[in-house]
Design a protein around this ligand. Structure first.
Ligand SMILES: [Ca+2]
Length: 243
């Protein structure tokens, strides 16, 4: 009788252990579980249908006082990418940026990781293949200002045709220090999409804080009309601990 009781107790313990394991953020193979919070964009800046030359002309007019600066700020992505006013970047620095892989250079264009964080909407990171499982990893110094917002310029946004021809990201799994943290659900629009990601990083007041990482892994895509590769034009971070 005692043996049977012990066996039942042991079986119960094993079931409890298995249930506890399933409650974790992520299995060892990196599969998503329900407790990774899903995020939708809190704001969206669309691409203005003007060229870079036209944008620069508008800025010149504003600099001369011939038009209001509001005309520049209202130019969606242009205003967000090319406004040289104060931002998180007055103190925030990306230490390194790497990719799991990228499309080979062709026709004088490159598609490496650095294109995804160069404040240029025409340069892009493009994946070799459909992009599922491919990722970018940003590394920050321990005392770097913390991040609270991530904005993603989704797709080959330099033209409507390029955007449609290439794939765009549908869902992006964000990892904080290699642990699944948020699932970003992007809209299929030629736009810069802002996500509030709460606070990540340690900030300048923590002594000897270690380096920290944000990794963004493509989980789903909106297929391109002509090409299979998936494209991200740029990331922009925002946060605290600056100014
Ligand atoms: Ca870029």
């Amino acid at each position: 009788m005692k043996k049977i009781f012990t066996l039942i107790l042991l079986a119960g313990t094993l079931v409890s252990f298995q249930m506890a394991s399933q409650r974790g953020h992520c299995s060892q193979t990196g599969e998503l579980t329900a407790d990774v919070q899903r995020l939708r964009p809190v704001a969206i800046d669309t691409m203005a249908n003007i060229s870079m030359t036209e944008y620069k002309h508008i800025v010149e007019l504003a600099d001369k006082g011939e038009i209001e600066y509001d005309s520049v700020y209202s130019l969606g992505v242009y205003g967000a990418l090319y406004d040289d006013g104060c931002s998180w970047y007055c103190g925030g620095v990306v230490d390194t940026l790497t990719a799991s892989g990228c499309l080979a250079s062709q026709g004088g264009f490159t598609y490496g990781a650095m294109n995804a964080h160069d404040f240029d909407h025409e340069s892009v990171w493009a994946t070799d293949g459909n992009g599922i499982g491919q990722y970018l990893t940003f590394t920050f110094a321990g005392n770097n200002p913390r991040i609270t917002s991530v904005a993603i310029l989704n797709g080959h946004v330099k033209s409507e045709k390029a955007w449609r021809d290439n794939s765009r990201v549908k869902t992006l799994l964000m990892y904080y220090n290699d642990k699944p943290y948020r699932l970003l659900e992007l809209e299929d629009s030629r736009s810069l999409q802002y996500f509030d990601v709460d606070t990540v990083g340690y900030g300048p007041d923590v002594e000897n804080a270690p380096k920290w990482t944000l990794k963004f892994e493509i989980k789903e895509v909106y297929p391109g009309a002509k090409y299979q590769d998936c494209v991200i034009a740029d990331f922009i971070f925002d946060g605290i601990d600056v100014h």
